[in-house]
Design a protein around this ligand. Sequence first.
Ligand SMILES: [Zn+2]
Length: 276
Amino acid sequence: MPLATMKEMLLQARSEKRAVGAFNVTNYETAAAVFKAAEAEGRPVIVQLYMRLFDTGKARDLAPTLRAMAARSPVPVALHLDHGSTVKQAEDALAWGYTSVMYDGSRDPYPENVKWTRHVAQYAHALGATCEGEIGHVAQGDETALTDVEEAVSFAKDTGVDALAVSIGTAHGYYKAEPKLDIPRCAAIAEALPDVPLVLHGGSGTPLGDVRRAIECGIAKVNIATEFLDTYIKSTLRTYQDLNGGFVPPDKLADPIIDACAAHVRRLIRFFSGLD
Ligand SMILES: [Zn+2]
């Protein structure tokens, strides 16, 4: 069963002190790179699209392709809405064939976050899909709010989420100064929630030693967007510069770009799996 939800793959990863990589894709080429890397490593993977692509319709148009690629894949693949901010995005994602959704109410007061995350989780579960929520707030150009252990426990219980994004010192985008993760906090949350896989957002640029310690402490999903998409941009730029005004059919032009992106994803999958 190659098209999967996050549930089994994350529970298994957590029990093995490994993490599943969740990579943000924006088009066929970035998606092809992730599938290629996961297949080469024989590891499950999460292909996720940021919520903006659900608003613009790109996630709808990509869905049949992603589902076909997942169906052909020899490894389990979950297709996930990243940072869903409205119920409609989650409903659309599930209607279009995504197998998992995040509802991110982490900027809202606790009761609002619980109310809407639970709503989306119940909706997803009724369709056999999975739901991720976030408690505390991982900075997205704003301020970080570290996750409180007690609040994480009640949030997980009150919402029934399958995976819980926690804030332990990472931030989205590239860092201006090296982050320092609060590993004891991560360990305390994990110990209080032994059956809930934890999610690390803002994985790009986080020192790998810290990522390793966080995985040992219960992080079972690591989100990677910025550094992977930056590899896509830089390898695209290099490929077009090398073309130097010549002509190559664009599908062939894309091959070395996909290969460069796949190599990047492969390195991370190996690291998250404890192979390197
Ligand atoms: Zn995120």
